[in-house]
Design a protein around this ligand. Structure first.
Ligand code: UDP
Length: 243
């Protein structure tokens, strides 16, 4: 069992990228659908106010800190997380593993055409990875049953769900027992990045823990989202002190 560190009530796996990748290889060999979540500060703040979402995150088989704010917050509890494990990077590692094993992936989410473009980009760089299917992320709840059947009929090994948080985690939790995939991972805006719609911050910003700053400069309307990072850090500080 992994070392799990609790930050504002959510248990986060204390793993680095290599350890997280090794766990995902195990999931591909295992039984049932393993749920992979990658919360950042903003997502944890949402979970504090939404107890259903909190227990969904805690039901994850692998939960990694996709944000420097979560790593900083873990230090207040005297149990520092090893490193930030960016969701996008973890998804790319999972696709590399799938490629080396010849697994198949279903891409669900994003605006019309994004999953298809992401699929093209994935297969450009991969030799053995198979795309089992794609679907945009704008549907009514009545359509979900049919979508789950479609994913199962595609015989996908891996499902990437890009509906944004908490929608994607709730979808994965709701259908986790029915899904025949080995891994269902919430990937947020990562299909947009794969499809070339959104650019990731240069490595300098990523390494300095300043990816949020780069994204803010590119998209100033993210300011309300960015302001949630210090709010989360203050909340975690208070939570740790009163424990
Ligand atoms: N999205 C979707 N269906 C919805 C709402 C959002 O497919 O009902 C997609 C949206 O197009 C985007 C992703 O979910 O591709 C969310 O991106 P965001 O940048 O919010 O995620 P983050 O990576 O910041 O968590």
């Amino acid at each position: 069992m992994n070392d799990r560190i609790e930050v504002v009530g959510i248990k986060i796996d204390n793993v680095n990228m290599d350890e997280a990748s090794a766990l995902m290889e195990e999931f591909l060999e295992g039984n049932g659908c393993s749920k992979v979540f990658t919360p950042n500060s903003e997502i944890l703040l949402t979970a504090v106010k939404d107890s259903e979402f909190e227990s969904i995150l805690n039901s994850g088989h692998l939960v990694v800190p996709d944000g420097i704010g979560v790593v900083i917050a873990s230090r207040f509890y005297g149990t520092p997380l090893k490193e930030r494990v960016a969701g996008f990077d973890l998804m790319v590692r999972l696709m590399d593993i799938a490629d080396s094993r010849g697994n198949s992936v279903y891409l669900l989410g994003g605006r019309e055409g994004v999953a298809e473009e992401a699929a093209i980009k994935l297969t450009e760089n991969c030799g053995r990875l198979r795309i089992a299917g794609t679907r945009n992320g704008y549907f009514e709840s009545e359509e979900e049953d049919r979508i789950v059947d479609e994913i199962n009929n595609s015989n996908a090994d891996i499902l990437l769900v890009a509906l944004g948080a908490p929608k994607q985690e709730k979808f994965i939790y709701k259908y986790g027992d029915r899904l025949k995939v080995k891994i269902a991972m919430g990937v947020g805006g990562s299909l947009d990045v794969l499809a070339g719609k959104v650019k990731r911050a240069p490595e300098f910003y990523q390494k300095a823990g300043l990816e949020w700053l780069y994204r803010l400069v590119k998209e100033p309307r993210r300011i309300t989202r960015v302001l949630r990072i210090p709010k989360f850090i203050a909340l975690a500080f208070y939570d740790a002190k009163t424990k």
